[in-house]
Design a protein around this ligand. Structure first.
Ligand code: PMV
Length: 314
């Protein structure tokens, strides 16, 4: 009997979510909260010992189908809150793709897993970018569609009219606090909301372009280790995302509460609910400010490894 253990980290977005769906640049960092699972062959699809319906787990269904399987037994456990803008669904897809590929004796490279997990997310969500699955597969820090040295290029992923060039990036030591609103927000409907806005309003596309522009400026700030500039750009990005309609009162409240103690703050991921991320050198004060407004704060560690997979034979 072969049993596979796999894990993959969540992520937050420094700059560029939503615009990245349209091929614009983005920067994302993996965090020290992971999805863990063990997977083994079974003639029924089971999650944590219970028979489960594959139709309600479309990304897992997609990954099994691509690997010529119909069912497995999955034992899983996650420290990434669901629908929190921290890439929990991408981490699940990455860990599951890595595990299922290993179970089927197929090669398990970060690139193949990032691509397969992206296709699975796309299949279940209907739209999106390979940012989350790339950050989760590779870990550490990644940038999409920013120019840099060829040696930093990890992989390219294309879908329909867009291509995303994914590169690894060096991240200077910085402290980030996440503030979770406690409100779960599914990514798909928010991505769809932006698409509708973009298709009905020329001005929305200007906002998307502007997000792309400040993400490039953010990359320069990161390279120069300029936290003041990077923070300003994050706060500006939050305003642009608000104009796109993906912020909420709860997110704005947490951003405003954090800003007196921060270089910058913004929502991370799809928005709607979910979380904010704050760049600060006063993490305790930011945590208190977030908690006093009803949010759940935690300091995140970055620079963490991406997917891990190991095979156990009994
Ligand atoms: O909320 P999350 O963690 O699923 O992140 C979504 C990021 C988006 O840019 C909004 C969508 C995407 O696929 O890139």
């Amino acid at each position: 009997m072969i049993e596979i253990s796999a894990s993959a980290p969540g992520k937050f977005v420094i700059l560029g979510e939503h615009a990245v769906v349209y091929g614009k640049p983005a920067i994302a960092l993996a965090i020290d909260r992971r999805f863990h699972m063990t997977v083994k062959g079974d003639d029924e699809f089971r999650i944590n010992g219970e028979v489960a319906d594959l139709r309600t787990n479309p990304h897992m269904k997609y990954i099994l189908g691509r690997n010529g399987m119909t069912s497995v037994s999955v034992q899983m456990d996650s420290r990434i809150p669901t629908g929190s803008g921290l890439g929990s669904s991408a981490a699940l897809s990455v860990a599951f793709s890595a595990a299922v590929r290993a179970l089927g004796d197929r090669s398990v490279s970060e690139r193949e897993v990032a691509e397969e997990a992206f296709e699975a997310e796309y299949f279940s969500q209907g739209r999106g970018s390979p940012m989350d699955t790339s950050a989760s597969a590779h870990g550490h820090g990644i940038a999409l569609n920013v120019s840099g040295s060829e040696s930093d290029r990890l992989w390219d992923i294309s879908k329909n009219e867009h291509t995303w060039h994914v590169s690894k990036i060096e991240i200077p030591a910085m402290t980030f606090v996440v503030g979770y609103t406690g409100i779960r927000a599914a990514t798909g409907p928010l991505v769809e909301k932006v698409r509708k806005y973009k298709d009905s309003n020329r001005f929305a596309f200007d906002i998307i372009n502007e997000i792309g522009q400040i993400t490039l400026e953010g990359m320069d700030a990161l390279r120069a280790d300029d936290v003041v500039k990077l923070g300003e750009l994050m706060t500006k990005d939050h305003k642009l995302l608000s104009i796109l309609g993906v912020s909420s009162n709860e997110l704005n409240k947490l951003v405003n509460a954090s800003l007196p103690y921060a270089y910058g703050a913004k929502l991370t991921g799809a928005g709607g609910g979910g979380s904010i991320v704050v760049l600060t050198d006063q993490p305790d004060k930011v945590c208190d400010a977030i908690a006093s407004r009803g949010g759940m704060p935690f300091v995140v560690k970055t620079g963490v490894d991406g997917m891990k997979v190991s095979v156990k034979r009994e």
